[in-house]
Design a protein around this ligand. Structure first.
Ligand code: S3P
Length: 169
């Protein structure tokens, strides 16, 4: 069983991914962390030194490698992972894709506190952040919506309900 968690930055992918993996006794991976380990540099450094295109190619490569090496896993993707190349089709083919459709205000609150590791937010002021999230989410929605499972109230759902919803997809 492979479970792919997708959603915007700050939607809760890593938090839920770790918990679901623990409950289901599956190995857990965070795609950003796998890229950082392979590259021996941080995400902002990869973007800054090599550019976003390089990062997206690496992201695709690591996604495919993880799928190749793991028939069972929970993978928390980066916010952009399903929106590049054929990544969303690829993930749907090899597992269950879960979109955390978290409310904008919840993500805004989280991102205000933890933005330094996210190069896409580097030049965006706190005042503009909400509009950035709304705009970018609208651009990406067509990819996120292709998920097999959509979790609408991520901040209000219990772990049991989350797992039941995913298992019955
Ligand atoms: C990105 C999200 C980040 C990371 C990179 C790009 C995006 O992951 O992959 O900074 O394009 O939304 P998180 O969603 O885990 O912050």
């Amino acid at each position: 069983m492979r479970i792919f968690l997708i959603g915007f930055m700050g939607s809760g992918k890593t938090h839920w991914g770790k918990q679901v993996a623990q409950r289901l006794h599956l190995p857990f991976y965070d795609l950003d962390e796998v890229i950082v380990a392979a590259e021996h540099r941080t995400i902002p450094d990869i973007f800054g030194e090599s550019g976003e295109e390089y990062f997206r190619n690496k992201e695709k490569e690591m996604l495919e490698k993880l799928v190749d090496e793991n028939t069972n896993m929970v993978l928390s993707c980066g916010g952009g992972t399903p929106c590049f190349f054929n990544n969303i089709e690829f993930m749907k083919k090899y597992g269950t894709v879960v979109w955390l459709n978290t409310q904008v205000d919840v993500m805004l609150h989280r991102l205000m506190k933890e933005r330094e590791l996210r190069p896409l937010l580097k030049d965006i002021t706190n005042e503009d952040l909400k509009y950035y999230i709304i705009r970018k989410l609208n651009e990406r929605r067509m990819y996120y919506e292709q998920a097999d499972v959509i979790i609408d109230k991520e901040d209000a759902i219990s772990m049991n309900d989350f797992i039941q919803t995913v298992l019955h997809a």
